[in-house]
Design a protein around this ligand. Structure first.
Ligand code: BGC
Length: 386
């Protein structure tokens, strides 16, 4: 007897095989040139694709995540990260889009701190309210250095290990700080970031990532309709220079209460709120409601039009929520669309701002890394849709 497969059946079999093949796609990494730095060094772009076809791209310049391509509720892929298409545009200047931040994420008052009886002076590169401070590592922070990159693949993820040795005295900080940041992009659309560092002299160390998100798609307009939940019932309130006053203040009854979901734009322009005035909107560190060490769900953001959801889990005690108040259209994104006022937001997991200078060590946990100790912390950005 001759075996024949009817055309309809053949079609079904073919689509089953295609579906299986698509499903069984292994994570992969593609490396391309990302342009040349002014000093002649070349940069690369690493594109990590997971088994679902979602992607992130990372350059060795600043460890910057340049693209995050994830599905919406219909399965349509879209880029939810603000960024540029080549290194030249990053070199020309940008407000830390997607970059690794260090040695110290956030502000250090007046660019000064005292450690073990010795005074240190940092470059002051920021002056909110006309009051100078050191922000995000100083003049040439970890966002502007070239990292050594080692790609790796497993059946569950594509990843990159980035390493940078920050020399003793760099940007005014003491000690050789040996830093490894590992990006793992999993088949579940999670970006897992593992930070690791050791030092040979005591130094402040507070590392984070400064991605700006727009879950409706970069360049698609305002982020004010995104719905945010923050598992944080307190805020480290700031002065006019955006330096914490030292107090943790409850968010209850204020525009900062995101313990239940609220649109970012619902209360951002509340008249008469001093904290909103100082930040020009949300630009504040929230104290997470964790009771135990380990990964804690700090935030969830939902974008109603696309259904995209981003959850943030972290081992850190705080998260800076910045709603893009300083974006003014001067940064032209990778789609050649200007990033205007509040068209991207950042959620930076971290220890609290200005901790090296804060008196209350209970309220501001130590950010000092000492020789022999290991700095180790993990944050996960998980993307889905509903
Ligand atoms: C800060 C903002 C700053 C932005 C970009 C955020 O982490 O909180 O004040 O404008 O980074 O530099």
């Amino acid at each position: 007897m001759k075996h024949t497969i009817k055309p309809a059946l053949a079609g079904i079999l073919l689509s089953m095989i295609t579906a299986l093949t698509l499903h069984a796609a292994q994570p992969s990494i593609n490396i391309t040139s990302f342009g040349t730095l002014p000093d002649g060094r070349s940069t690369q772009l690493y594109t990590l694709t997971n088994s679902q076809g979602a992607q992130i791209s990372v350059t060795n310049f600043g460890g910057i995540i340049t693209r995050i391509i994830v599905p919406d509720r219909e399965g349509r892929l879209g880029d939810v990260a603000l960024g540029y298409e080549n290194v030249e545009k990053y070199v020309a200047g940008h407000p830390y889009f997607g970059a690794i931040i260090g040695r110290y994420g956030n502000r250090i008052a007046a660019g000064k701190f005292t450690l073990d009886g010795k005074d240190y002076t940092l470059f002051t590169n920021n002056d909110p309210g006309g009051i100078p401070c050191s922000l995000h590592g100083g003049k040439i922070g970890f966002d502007k250095v070239l990292w050594d990159v080692t790609p790796f693949l497993t059946k569950d993820a594509a990843g990159l290990k980035l390493r940078y040795l920050s020399k003793d005295g760099e940007e005014g900080y003491p000690g050789n700080l040996d830093v490894t940041v590992t990006y793992t992009f999993t088949n579940n659309n999670e970006i897992r970031i593992d930070y690791f560092a050791t030092t040979d002299k005591a130094t402040p160390c507070n590392l984070t990532n400064h991605s700006y998100f727009n879950l409706a798609g970069e360049g698609s307009g305002t982020i004010l309709n995104h719905v945010l939940t923050l598992n944080a019932s307190k805020l480290t309130v700031v002065d006019a220079g955006l330096i914490p006053t030292g107090k943790h203040v409850p968010v209850k009854g204020t525009p900062f209460d995101f313990t239940t979901p609220h649109a970012i734009g619902a209360r951002v322009n509340t008249p008469g709120d001093e904290q909103l005035k100082f930040g020009g909107g949300y630009d504040h560190n929230f104290v997470l409601d964790r009771t135990l060490p380990g990964l804690f769900k700090a935030a969830e953001v939902y974008e109603p039009v696309t259904g995209r959801v981003m959850e943030i889990l972290t081992e850190e005690p705080g998260i800076q929520f910045y709603c893009g108040n300083f974006l003014d259209g001067t940064n032209i994104g990778k789609s050649q669309i200007p990033y205007t006022y509040r068209t991207g937001f950042a959620l930076e997991t971290q220890h609290f701002p200005d901790s090296p200078n804060q008196k209350d060590k209970q309220a501001f946990p130590s950010t000092i890394l000492r020789p022999g100790e290991k700095y180790r912390t993990t944050t996960i950005y998980r993307f889905s849709a509903r």
